[in-house]
Write a protein that binds this ligand. Sequence first.
Ligand code: LLP
Length: 475
Amino acid sequence: MVSTHPVEVQPSGNQYLSQRRSVTTSPNQELLPLSAKVNHHDSLEIGGCDVTTLVQQFGSPLYILDEQTLRTACQQYRDTFKQYYKGESQVLYASKAWNCLAVCAIVASEGLGIDVVSGGELYTALEAGVSPEKIYLHGNNKSRDELILAIESGCTIVVDNWYELHTLVEVADRKIGSDSLPTTPPPHHPIRIMLRLTPGIECHTHEYIRTGHLDSKFGFDPNDLEEVFAFVSKQPDLNCVGLHAHIGSQIFERQPHRDLAAVMVQWLRDAAKYNLELTELNVGGGLGIKYIESDDPPSIAEWSKAICEVVQEACAAENLPLPKLLCEPGRSLIATACVTAYTIGSAKTIPDIRTYVTIDGGMSDNPRPITYQSVYRAVVANKMSASLTETVTLAGKHCESGDILIKNAQLPKTEPGDILVVMGTGAYNYSMASNYNRLPRPAAVLVANGEANLILQRESYQDIIRQDCLPERLK
Ligand code: LLP
């Protein structure tokens, strides 16, 4: 007799492989990188490389960056802005999400510019060959030397506050040159700047990653706007080209960005009163990604289209020419492109309470769970089809009880040596990694078409003590 009961399919790691992947799949709506597959060894493959083999080759833990996913996200942002915006547009990658030579080079090769927030990020972007015309320097307390590096390289400075504005005027007036640098005539004059404003827009995200509400350390108070415009318009050494604002990160709603774009067009209109011809509008980043099944962010195309439409409508209503439109996503460009592979080690079962399964990394390579209570999903790369029969707490190896990567992770039965893969680790993982407990930072590989290239070397113990100094008398 044929059973009328539906066959119950036991969930396994395979559930995270989306069935409907195509060129229009928005990476930020996926859990695994776009190239992820399960091969005939029942092992997870990314960029045509078996994850278990990658770990044997490059060690553990290992960041694995899928080039296809990163390039697809860049192309989707770039092409949607081109498609829906009638004026000029430029997508910038907020490199704070993951700044290193290879990532900067890939993103730039897709035509994106780069947003940097420190001398270190700026230096890396320049070394990666990114054109300075496409680099924008942010920061709420840029040092004089950072400003000078930016001026000398010819990138645009996004001015955050009065102190910075005055410092810039002073630096320009002295025709560049700090104590540490020789005095040279300014190579890029006048200095190209934008103004960052706090838009006063609330959005629902973690308190630490909200930046647009009025009580924020970033940007000029919009109440000072007219005064700032009046000041800037009188500075012959400054060429103010536009306005910038950013409301926060990991945002799923579309309305806050729509409101932001509309408010910014009003500011553009106000600038005209001061004879400031502002031609650029940067709406920041913030589009969220799917870290867990219930996360439902808009696609890259939906988000971009919404911004383009609002700016166009608002400019039409104000009878303003269309500015060059910029945005600067970080997370939604790179988070889904990367997974972190760990090796499973010890386990501890506390009867009737929980089982801890420990991996060989933790808060030093991914500080997001302990910092923001961020949630992640994981699979066991060498057991992709095995049923998820266990509920365990995945613990890091740091001497800190809070070093928990995932609470109540659904996994197959694991044993030491299994390879755990945590998804969505491309943004704010490597870039926020530390050497806590003197753990060397992991290596990172770029995978594409069955090839894996090292993009960040694993730190060694020699690297760990590289900055240490032992005074003679202690030897
Ligand atoms: N532009 C500015 C001025 C920003 O401050 C940020 C992020 C972005 C762009 C990029 O935002 P995204 O597209 O990545 O959301 N460490 C936190 C996130 C901090 C975000 C800081 N600013 C995390 O791990 O969630």
